[in-house]
Write a protein that binds this ligand. Structure first.
Ligand code: NAD
Length: 278
């Protein structure tokens, strides 16, 4: 897998200054791999990351000229940039839906045939949590305008896969953080190391076509299936359970029967006011 990844010399990461990209930059800092980081703001300088293996571009995914330049000599795209929380409807449409359309169009025009798309558990947030881990191709059932934009982004990826034969992997990310935030994190956590494993798998698997995959670790209490990830060579190794004792001591025993945060896939996002940043 690593050999195939290294053969891909330059990866465009949109949202290159964001939290997830910052976790990825450390994990993907390796010889013969150049990361082109596109963001509307400057990424932080990271200790231990060789700056000569990174190219910084300041600009927006809503600007076709920026995207045309960003795609030059790129082998694959990891699309993280845009609005990552609930927000005003115009912002959500512009940053996420329009930005993603422009990104696919720029990739197609430049002959970049692989896009890894940051979708979210919130694309399916209103599905009730079942007894069995949910499959990754659950129909869209968004919990917010943000979640709606993720459903639309996935659909745009499907369009470009069907029309133009592009390889598009949509990651319905759980909670990609250094450690699991809160009790929901026991089910949804994606560890930094597993996140790198997931992106490596997405960049390496031969001819995946269009896929939807949950972005979670091998959590004992997971709500989501790992099968679709394993099918592309993603074998997570971390488990949020190692944080369970401390989290339960802090937040109390999880009540999976009655706590609405724990009975719907999107948790508390099912109740936030629509279109309001928080
Ligand atoms: N972190 C998680 O647990 C999680 C969970 C589900 C989905 N996601 C998705 O993963 C992606 C990354 O999430 P994150 O936590 O790093 O969010 P983040 O907000 O830290 O990063 C997003 C980055 O996108 C940049 N950005 C915003 N608008 C832009 C534009 N028009 N053009 C270029 N860049 C723009 C921001 O400046 C920011 O640096 C997002 O798409 C988010 O929706 C993250």
């Amino acid at each position: 897998m690593l050999a195939m990844l290294l053969a891909m010399r330059r990866i465009l990461i949109t949202g290159g200054a964001g939290k997830v990209a910052t976790l990825l930059r450390t994990g993907l800092a390796r010889p013969d791999l150049v990361l082109r980081l596109l963001d509307i703001r400057e990424p932080a300088v990271l200790p231990g990351v060789d700056g000569s293996r990174e190219e910084i571009m300041i600009g927006s995914v809503t600007d076709p000229d920026v995207l045309a330049e960003a795609m030059r000599d790129v082998d694959a795209v990891v699309h993280l940039g845009g609005q990552s929380r609930e927000s005003d409807v115009r912002d959500v449409i512009e940053s996420n839906m329009y930005g993603t359309y422009l990104l696919f169009e720029a990739a197609r025009a430049a002959g970049v045939s692989r896009v890894v798309l940051a979708s979210s558990n919130h694309a399916a947030g209103f599905h009730p949590r079942g007894e069995e881990p949910a499959p990754a191709d659950l129909p869209g059932r968004p919990d917010t305008l943000y979640g709606w934009s993720k459903v639309a982004m996935e659909a745009c990826g499907q369009l470009y896969a069907d029309r133009f034969g592009m390889d598009v992997i949509c990651l319905r990310i759980g909670l990609w953080f250094p450690t699991p935030p809160g009790l929901r994190g026991l089910a949804l956590w994606l560890s930094p190391d597993d996140g790198v494993r997931l992106i490596e798998a997405c960049l390496s698997v031969p001819s995946p076509g269009f896929r939807i995959v949950w972005g979670i670790s091998r959590n004992t209490r997971r709500w989501f299936s790992l099968a679709e990830g394993e099918a592309i060579g993603y074998f997570p190794q971390d488990d949020a359970e190692v944080f369970a004792e401390a989290l339960i001591a802090k937040h109390g025993e999880p009540d999976f029967a009655a706590d609405p945060v724990l009975t719907r896939l999107g948790g508390q996002w099912c109740d936030v006011p629509l279109g309001v940043s928080y």
